[in-house]
Design a binder for this molecule. Structure first.
Ligand code: FE2
Length: 284
């Protein structure tokens, strides 16, 4: 197939640490994924959330349970809920569409619709053009960011959470709704990837810890908004600082993200995301 990104886009990838690719996902594939996500949400509404989900999020005290829910989610499909979706007795107080924060983290290997969306020839070609030699699909997330509820995601880079030596993680952020400043689009610091990761989040004992590698705060004034239409793919370097604001609008801002690492790099044994032997990482 032909090249997915042109020389100008490749130059902006090298310079800025990200590239915005409008119309990357065709309408049919977008619709398939939206329908599948709606089915999963409807299933949770009809049959209830999976065992454990509600108890983890129904109080603010259960840090250890929330850690476990997260740390064992690398090879399953699991809902993560909005704080405030439940009262102290564990009763859900908002509709399911408003209660879900995200789904994670292995939809691309466990669900045929996500698998198709995540393993298109165009995405395989894009990964190759961005320099992957042995691309492995590590992590997938559906990020709901519902109207009036979806909150801020503080400025970070993804290498902090998915550490390889050398750094190889690249994020692919797919807009399933138009993303605007009002509904909480992604923002990024162009060129900020050259600064490397300032923290490292990793497992320690039964829990997690964050190592501070560089205490300098990010220059929030350098963030630029990436307002995009549905179907756009934003590819971004693992060290690119990015941020998103709360959804203050009455418009949804559904997104799907996929993170790739290169199999040629060493994947840290104390990364939070670990898979069991039954679900080894795969490429395209
Ligand atoms: Fe991120």
């Amino acid at each position: 197939m032909g090249r997915v990104i042109d020389p100008g886009q490749l130059a902006s990838w090298d310079r800025d640490g990200f590239v915005v690719l409008p119309d990357f996902v065709d309408n049919e594939l977008q619709a398939d994924l939206r329908t599948r996500i709606a089915e999963i949400v409807a299933d949770y509404s009809a049959s209830g959330l999976p065992d454990g989900a509600v108890s983890v999020f129904s109080t603010t005290e259960q840090t250890h349970a929330q850690d476990d829910w997260f740390l064992t989610s690398g090879d399953v499909i699991r809902p993560f809920l909005e704080a405030g979706a439940f009262d102290g007795a564990g009763n859900q107080i908002v509709p399911m569409e408003q209660a879900l924060n995200k789904l994670g983290h292995a939809m691309h290997d466990l669900d045929p619709v996500f698998d198709r969306f995540s393993r298109t020839p165009a995405l395989a070609e894009l990964a190759a053009e961005l320099g992957f030699v042995d691309p492995l699909l590590l992590q997938s997330m559906v990020i709901f960011k519902p109207p009036h509820i979806g909150g801020e995601v503080t400025c970070h880079c993804d290498h902090s959470f998915l550490w390889t030596e050398p750094q190889t993680v690249v994020g692919f952020w797919f807009a399933l709704d138009a993303a605007t400043v009002d509904n909480g689009c992604m923002w990024a610091i162009p060129g900020g990837q050259t600064g490397g990761a300032r923290t490292r989040f990793r497992r320690e004992g039964a829990g997690t810890t964050t190592d501070v590698l560089d205490p300098k705060p990010y220059d929030m004034d350098a963030l630029v908004p990436l307002e995009v239409e549905a179907g756009t793919c934003i590819a971004f370097h693992g060290c690119l600082p990015h941020w998103s604001g709360p959804n203050t609008s009455d418009q949804p801002r559904l997104a799907y993200t996929l993170h790739l690492i290169d199999g040629a790099a060493h994947y840290a044994a104390d990364n939070w995301l670990q898979r069991g032997p039954d679900l080894p990482l795969r490429g395209f």
